[in-house]
Design a binder for this molecule. Structure first.
Ligand code: 3PG
Length: 306
């Protein structure tokens, strides 16, 4: 019998757990949930007899993969797979997949929610500003970026985008005006919402050179990854642009310094929560379960990333 381990240090919503169980029960697979574990050693011990795994941002290191002698597939229930060591997976004949698009709406709603929160001065009761009429730059027009654009349009924002990997016509069809460079996007917009993945090309790419182009009062919104930000450059921009703002779903390493020095100009969620909705968990969890079954039963490698 195929054994699936759902290893989520940040558990899925209970409704999603029930749905995942149903999918595997129907296929006659055994499925166990390993949630809220304390450290990597516990994860390494838990994977020994797993044929397949579903994970979220859980770190799938070479040690985890080597400890899972039966492992054939890992599905990251979500978009970003920077938490999975692809080289180790490939070297051990383990297929890695993600579930693109399944949690995008939750992340997009959070991005807009954080913009409102910052525009209204952290809901402290003082007079804030509105999003209507402001210019929003979408940095990367994938599943999340596209949804942010749609919601922002509903708010009456003017939406712009930069994405060298998406056809200009596709972005324009969404009513978005396209820039040819990040520099233009950052210089032009009141808000910039980040939707780039974390990889060797993007690490620390949001740096002083780029952020210093942002206007007085501009706000950077990060629901992507903290690793794409050059944190020293970010501090310098906070110092030089006295009304620059930064809101992020992923607290930076220098969170303490930023919240101490620029308390009213930054906000960080206590825990990464972009995809923390029942709907996103159900969508991504069911998709991950179905992808595992399709792969094991018929070798379907749709959404394989390694
Ligand atoms: C993603 O890449 O899909 C999001 O960052 C969600 O991550 P999470 O599943 O750890 O909440």
């Amino acid at each position: 019998m195929t054994k699936v381990l759902v290893a989520t240090v940040k558990p899925f919503a209970p409704a999603a757990v029930e749905e995942i169980k149903k999918v595997f029960a129907k296929a006659d697979y055994t499925c166990s949930f390993f949630e809220k574990y304390n450290n990597q050693d516990e994860l390494v011990s838990a994977v020994s007899d797993a044929d397949a795994m579903i994970v979220r941002s859980d770190k799938i290191t070479p040690e985890v993969i080597q400890a899972a002698g039966n492992l054939k597939i890992v599905v990251r229930a979500g978009a970003g797979f920077d938490n999975v060591n692809l080289e180790a997976a490939t070297a051990n004949n383990v297929v890695v997949m993600n579930t693109p698009g399944q949690n995008s709406n939750a992340v997009a709603e959070l991005a807009i929610g954080m913009m409102v929160y910052q525009a209204r001065n952290h809901f402290n009761g003082s007079s804030g500003t509105e999003l209507k009429g402001k210019k929003l730059g979408i940095h990367a027009f994938g599943n999340v970026g596209k949804l942010v654009a749609r919601i922002a349009t509903g708010f009456g924002m003017d939406v712009f985008a930069f994405d060298p990997f998406i056809q200009r016509s596709e972005m324009e069809a969404e009513g978005v005006r396209v820039f040819e460079s990040t520099e233009e996007l950052y210089a032009h917009c009141d808000y910039v919402s980040l939707h780039i993945p974390a990889n060797k090309h993007t690490l620390q790419s949001i740096n002083y050179k780029l952020l210093s182009k942002m206007k007085a009062g501009a706000c950077l919104v990060n629901t992507a990854r903290k690793e794409v930000i050059h944190e020293e450059g970010l501090v310098k921009v906070f110092e030089e642009n006295p009304s620059f703002k930064y809101v992020s779903d992923i607290a930076p390493d220098n969170k303490g310094l930023l919240t101490k020095r620029f308390a009213d100009r930054c906000f960080f969620t206590p825990k990464k929560m972009g995809a923390q909705t029942a709907e996103a968990n159900i969508n991504a969890g069911i998709a991950a379960a179905q992808q595992i079954i399709a792969f094991i039963e018929s070798g379907d490698t749709t959404f394989k990333v390694n």
